[in-house]
Design a protein around this ligand. Structure first.
Ligand code: SAM
Ligand code: SF4
Length: 329
C-alpha cells in the first residue's frame, strides 16, 4: 500500500494512541486543578476498536505506536491491550508514556505483555516541588515505580521533563545527574501552549538553548542525532560517555518539517498534528459499519491535509480546543 504522505512529502510512520483522557495527576502545564470534563465512557474506543484501527494504520505504513493519555495506566486492563498490539506484524516498536504512578504494580505485567519502551514523566526530584507541579503527593510512588521498572529489560527508559520558569528551572542539573546515574535518557520538552488553564506564556518556557547552556556549564555535550532521522528530539551525548540528553524544542525550534507523527484521541478522533484545529472522527464510521478500506481513505485524507507546521510563533496562533491530556501528548 502507498505510504501515508502529506502534500509536503512527509510520511507518517509514528502513531500515538490515547487510551484515556483521565489522569490521577493535575500537572500545572497540562491540566487545570479542577473542573476537567471527562469523556463519556461510551465515547472511549474499546480495545477491539483500537486493535482494528492499529491494524489499518500498520497496513498504511505506521511502524511505531505509543500509548498515552491522560494517564494510560488508569485504563482498566491496559495489559490486555498491550498484549493485543505487541505481536502485530509490521509494528516495530510499541511504547508508552506514563506518569509512573502505577509502574510499581504493573511494570512486570506490561513487560510480559510485550511493552519494550517506556517514557516516564518526572519534573522534580524534590518531593514538595513535585507535589506543587503535579498537585499530588506522588513522588515516592513514582520513584518506587522507576525502581520496579529497573527489574525488567525495558531499554532505554526515557525521562520526560517539562521545565517551567519560576517553578523547576533550578532542577535541570539535578535531573540530568539523576538520569546519568540511573542510565535513563532524559528529554526536556519545552512547555507548549496546550495547558488546560491557559497559563502558558513565552516567559514561562525554558528553551532548549537555555537548558543546554545550563548543562554545558558543567558537562561537555556532542550532538548525536539530527532531525533528518525524523526524531523530534535533538539528542546529545555526554563527552564522558555517560548517558544522553534529548530536547523537544517545539516552541523555540519547531521540527514540523520532519514530523512523522499522527494521533488518535481516546474518543477516536484522528489528528494529523498536536496543534491542529481540525480532526477526523474515525469512531462514528467505525461503529456504523465502515469497511477497513473506507477507514483507510479517511486516514489518508486527514494525513494529506496536514499543514506545513504549527503556528505557536505566529500572532495568529489559535490554541486547539483540547488540551494536552485530551489529545494525548
Ligand atoms: N500522563 C502521561 C505522562 O504524564 O507521561 C502521558 C500523557 S502526558 C499528556 C504526555 C507528555 O506530555 C508528558 O511527558 C508531559 O510532561 C507532556 N506535557 C503535558 N502538557 C504539556 C505541555 N503543555 N507542554 C509540554 N509538554 C507537556
Ligand atoms: Fe496527567 Fe500526564 Fe497531564 Fe500530568 S502530564 S496531568 S500526568 S496527563
Amino acid at each position: 500500500m502507498k505510504p501515508l504522505v502529506d502534500t509536503f512529502g512527509r510520511v507518517a510512520t509514528n502513531l500515538r494512541i490515547s487510551v484515556t483522557d483521565r489522569c490521577n495527576f493535575r500537572c500545572r502545564y497540562c491540566m487545570p486543578e479542577e473542573g476537567m470534563q471527562w469523556m463519556n465512557r461510551k465515547e472511549i474506543l474499546t480495545f477491539e476498536e483500537i486493535l482494528r484501527l492499529a491494524k489499518i494504520f500498520i497496513a498504511l505504513g505506521i511502524n511505531k505506536i505509543r500509548l498515552t493519555g491522560g494517564e494510560p495506566t488508569l485504563r482498566k486492563d491496559l495489559t490486555q491491550l498491550i498484549a493485543m498490539l505487541s505481536p502485530l506484524p509490521g509494528l516495530k516498536d510499541l511504547g508508552m508514556t506514563t506518569n509512573g504512578f502505577f509502574l510499581k504494580e504493573f511494570a512486570g505485567d506490561f513487560y510480559r505483555a510485550g511493552l519494550r519502551r517506556i517514557n516516564v514523566s518526572l519534573d522534580s526530584l524534590a518531593p514538595d516541588r513535585f507535589a506543587e507541579m503535579a498537585r499530588r503527593e506522588a513522588y515516592q510512588k513514582v520513584m518506587a515505580g522507576l525502581d520496579e521498572l529497573a527489574k525488567y529489560p525495558i531499554r532505554p527508559v526515557k525521562i520526560n521533563t517539562v521545565i517551567m520558569k519560576g517553578f523547576n528551572d533550578d532542577e535541570v542539573l539535578p535531573l540530568v545527574e539523576f538520569a546519568r546515574a540511573r542510565d535513563y535518557q532524559i528529554r526536556f520538552i519545552e512547555f507548549m501552549p496546550l495547558d488546560g488553564e491557559g497559563v502558558w506564556s513565552r516567559d514561562k518556557v525554558m528553551t532548549t538553548g537555555e537548558i543546554l547552556d545550563s548543562i554545558r556549564r558543567k558537562y561537555d555535550l556532542i550532538p548525536k542525532e539530527t532531525r533528518a532521522d525524523h526524531v523530534p528530539a535533538d539528542t546529545f551525548r555526554f563527552v564522558d560517555g555517560r548517558g544522553e540528553v534529548g530536547f523537544i524544542s517545539s516552541v523555540s525550534e519547531p521540527f514540523c518539517e520532519s514530523c512523522n507523527r499522527v494521533r488518535i484521541t481516546a474518543d477516536g478522533h484522528f489528528r494529523n498534528c498536536l496543534f491542529s484545529l481540525e480532526e477526523t472522527d474515525l469512531k462514528t464510521p467505525l461503529r456504523t459499519g465502515a469497511s477497513d478500506a473506507e477507514l483507510a481513505e479517511l486516514i489518508r485524507a486527514e494525513v494529506w491535509r496536514k499543514w506545513a507546521g504549527h503556528q505557536i510563533n505566529l500572532a495568529t496562533f489559535i490554541k486547539p480546543e483540547r488540551n494536552m491530556s485530551q489529545i494525548g501528548g
